[in-house]
Design a protein around this ligand. Structure first.
Ligand code: ADP
Ligand code: MG
Length: 468
């Protein structure tokens, strides 16, 4: 690999160096190496890099550094609800994760307070928590709620970060984000993180940012070499249950996330695992937030061995002890496959990702292979072989579409800034979404549909409730 850089060389303040050391970060990850100096230098940036590559600290460290620099004596902050840094996250789980990371990073700093704003939690506590918070991590809906009721003012925000921007669009948050953008339009900096720079993301970037610089590291098409990926063809749901059971008894299995396609499926699968004597719980977006929190916490503490979840858990959740990800039901969109498997193999560890598919799923499998640009190796387990008809030969993905990936591992074109023309994005709100995206795999079998599969539009708002 390339030379690594310490946080000290990146010019971070002493309390942050102490914190990174206490957490056990010895060197900056490649994305941190690029993003930290870029963010400190100012201006707007859009960043894409592989899941698990350390993006959270990549934006938290430079922003916390600025907050420390602005208050060098660590004076207590006045109790106003006027944050200077705003981090937007698509899900509550991710917002909590990001806040927890931020709280860890300011352990040795004085005069910095972090607050979390998200739906599903009591208003009163949040409203008192945001008084005096300099950095607020929020999901868009509740933030707008609190802003509308004047419980928070956003006009002092100096930097806004949009994490998982592509997911934000999938969940229908475009209008909310643009409204928040207007509320903090005096800010000097915007950072946007996304798995891809697909056209719809670029469009959002144009409306939120001024001539953003781009930082691209390793893309979704990267090999994820630390994650062993396997495919099993199954004859039926009952057959999938047997395969699941087999993998959950794997001696190397410490903790697993089993992904289901729907909320109802996640409950059914968890129930049947418990009936078989496994410690399993379900997690999906229709559960009360307190329950979601408890279940995630219990996974973190190692009390839950198996979490059966919808795609609400596909992104951002960082539990390093997850050894296995099992796709019991396939994701709606090929790119979510990459996010799901990224729940294992965190921070340089190795992981196992198993996908169970029935014959009728073959177009989704093909879509995943095209998206990742690598074949999913089908394997059989003695005694659990699929019948001849369910077994599909693996095929070469992405043939005829060379060069679609964003440059190889480590490739980056940071500081790719364009001229200084006044940001068109601030005035033009382009909004020509081609079509509302229906079922995300609608384009299956059409080899030329590009790396994304029909995900160019805004989903109907009902979608997030049903599938997350
Ligand atoms: P991403 O947002 O890119 O998916 P995260 O920010 O959640 O990734 O980080 C993934 C994991 O890597 C986390 O467990 C985090 O604590 C760890 N991590 C982040 N930065 C470093 C570092 N410099 N050294 C070691 N581990 C790190
Ligand atoms: Mg992240």
């Amino acid at each position: 690999m390339t030379m690594t850089i310490s946080f000290k060389e990146l010019g971070l303040a002493q309390p942050l160096l102490q914190a990174t050391e206490a957490i056990g970060y010895t060197q900056a990850t490649p994305v941190q190496e690029k993003v930290i100096p870029a963010a400190i230098s100012g201006g707007d940036w859009m960043v894409s890099s592989q899941t698990g590559s350390g993006k959270t600290a990549a934006f938290l460290l430079p922003l916390l550094n600025q907050l420390i620099a602005a208050n060098p004596n660590g004076k207590p902050v006045p109790g106003r609800a006027e944050p200077q840094v705003l981090v937007l996250c698509p899900t509550r789980e991710l917002a909590q994760q990001v806040s927890a990371d931020a709280i860890n990073l300011v352990k040795f700093a004085r005069g910095i307070r972090i607050a979390t704003i998200m739906g599903g939690m009591p208003y009163g506590k949040q409203i008192s928590q945001i008084k005096g918070a300099n950095l607020v991590v929020a999901t868009p809906g509740r933030l707008l709620d609190l802003s509308n009721s004047r419980a928070i003012r956003l006009d002092k925000v100096k930097c806004m970060i949009v994490d998982e921007a592509d997911r934000m669009l999938d969940l229908g948050f475009q209008d909310d984000i643009e409204a928040i953008h207007e509320l903090c339009s005096d800010r000097g900096q915007t950072l946007m993180f996304s798995a891809t720079f697909a056209p719809r993301i670029m469009q959002l970037a144009t409306s939120l940012m001024n001539n953003p610089g781009r930082i691209e590291l390793a893309s979704a098409h990267d090999k994820h070499e630390n994650i062993a990926q396997t495919l099993h063809w199954a004859d039926s749901v009952a057959h999938k249950h047997k395969l699941l059971s087999h993998w959950l008894s794997d001696p190397t299995m410490e903790q697993a996330v089993v992904f289901a396609s729907t909320q109802a499926d996640s409950e059914t699968i968890a129930d049947s695992l418990r009936a078989d004597g496994h410690e399993a719980t379900a997690l999906h977006g229709a559960m009360p937030q307190a329950v979601r929190n408890r279940r995630l916490q219990s996974l973190r503490k190692g009390q839950t061995r198996i979490l059966v979840a919808t795609d609400v858990a596909a992104r951002g959740i960082d539990v390093p002890t997850i050894t296995h990800v099992i796709n019991f039901g396939l994701p709606m969109k090929a790119e979510d496959y990459v996010h799901r498997i990224g729940r294992t193999g965190r921070a340089g560890r190795s992981g196992v990702a198993i996908t169970l598919a029935e014959h009728r799923d073959r177009s989704k499998i093909r879509a995943i292979e095209q998206y990742t640009q690598q074949p999913l190796q089908a394997e059989v387990i003695p005694g659990l072989e699929p019948s001849e008809k369910s077994r599909k030969p693996s095929h070469r993905p992405g043939s005829g579409r060379p060069g679609r990936s964003f440059g190889g591992k480590g490739a980056s074109n940071a500081s790719n800034r364009h001229g200084q023309g006044q940001g068109e994005g601030k005035t033009f709100k382009q909004n020509h979404f081609a079509k509302p995206s229906g079922p995300k795999f609608a384009g299956s079998g059409k080899p030329s549909s590009g790396p994304k599969f029909g995900g160019s539009g805004k989903p109907s708002s009902g979608q997030k409730r049903t599938f997350a």
